[in-house]
Design a protein around this ligand. Structure first.
Ligand code: DC
Length: 227
C-alpha cells in the first residue's frame, strides 16, 4: 500500500477527488484542511480570536495539547466526518466564519507542528489518501504518488458558492471569491510549509473537467504506478 498526497489551492475539488479515490481503492482518506479548521473552531469557541482578527497565540499554544482530531465513517453518507475531541464538528468547521479565520491559524508554526505530527501518525502504515497544501512537500515528502490540483479563481469560487447554497448556508459570490483569494495568498506566502507544488508532483488543472473525468484521471495515475 502506498501513500497518496493531493495538494492544491482552496476549493479546487481536491477533497472530492481524494475521497472518491480512497473509496475506490479501499484506502483511508484524511482531510488535513479539516484539522486546521478544527484548530480555528477551537480558537473561536475559546474566545482566542478578537473581533479584529488578532489571535491570542500564547493561550492557543498552551491549549494545543487539548486539540485532538479524528475521523469516523458516517454510515449515512459513506464518508468520514471530522471529530474534535470526540465531538462531531463536520458541519461547524465548514461555515464562512471558520473559513475566514483558518488561514492565519494554519500559518502558526506551533499549530502546523501539532497537526503535522497527528497527520504523520495517521499515515504511518501507508494505505492513505491525504489532501491539503503541504502533504507532498512537508507531511509525506516520500509519498509515492503526489498530485497538485488547481483551477481558475472564478471557477473555484463558483463551486464553493454552489456548495454553500446547496447546504442552505447564506452566501455572497464576491465574498466567497475574496475569501478564497485571501486564503490562497496567506497559504502561499506563509513561512512554514507554504502551499507550493512538489517538484515530483503531477499537475492537474481541473477548470474544465467534470468530477467523473477527474476521478478517471486520478485512478489512471494510481493504476499506472501500482500495476
Ligand atoms: O482545504 P481547506 O480549505 O479545508 O483548508 C483550510 C485551511 O487550512 C486553508 O487556509 C489552508 C490550510 N491548510 C494548510 O495550511 N495545510 C494543509 N495541509 C491543509 C490545509
Amino acid at each position: 500500500m502506498i501513500t497518496i498526497a493531493i495538494d492544491g489551492h482552496s476549493s479546487c475539488g481536491k477533497s472530492t477527488m481524494a475521497k472518491d479515490l480512497a473509496r475506490e481503492i479501499g484506502y483511508i482518506y484524511i482531510d488535513s484542511g479539516a484539522m486546521y479548521r478544527c484548530c480555528a473552531l477551537f480558537a473561536l469557541e475559546h474566545g482566542l480570536i478578537a473581533a479584529d482578527g488578532t489571535i491570542d497565540t500564547a493561550a492557543l499554544e498552551a491549549l494545543m495539547p487539548e486539540i485532538q482530531v479524528s475521523f469516523r465513517l458516517n454510515a449515512e453518507t459513506g464518508r468520514p466526518d471530522t471529530y474534535l475531541n470526540g465531538e462531531n464538528v463536520e458541519q461547524r468547521i465548514r461555515t464562512m466564519e471558520v473559513s475566514s479565520h483558518v488561514s492565519p491559524i494554519a500559518a502558526l508554526p506551533f499549530v502546523r507542528a501539532a497537526m503535522t505530527a497527528q497527520q504523520q501518525a495517521m499515515g504511518r502504515e501507508g494505505g492513505i489518501v491525504m489532501d491539503g497544501r503541504d502533504i507532498g512537500t512537508a507531511v509525506f515528502p516520500d509519498a509515492e504518488l503526489k498530485i497538485f490540483v488547481t483551477a481558475s479563481d472564478e471557477i473555484r469560487a463558483q463551486r464553493r458558492y454552489d456548495e454553500l447554497v446547496a447546504k442552505g448556508q447564506p452566501a455572497d459570490f464576491q465574498e466567497v471569491l475574496d475569501n478564497l483569494r485571501e486564503r490562497d495568498r496567506i497559504d502561499s506566502t506563509r513561512e512554514v510549509a507554504p502551499l507550493r507544488q512538489a517538484p515530483d508532483a503531477l499537475v492537474l488543472d481541473n477548470s474544465h473537467l467534470t468530477i467523473e473525468e477527474q476521478k478517471q484521471w486520478l485512478l489512471e495515475q494510481y493504476f499506472k504506478l501500482t500495476h
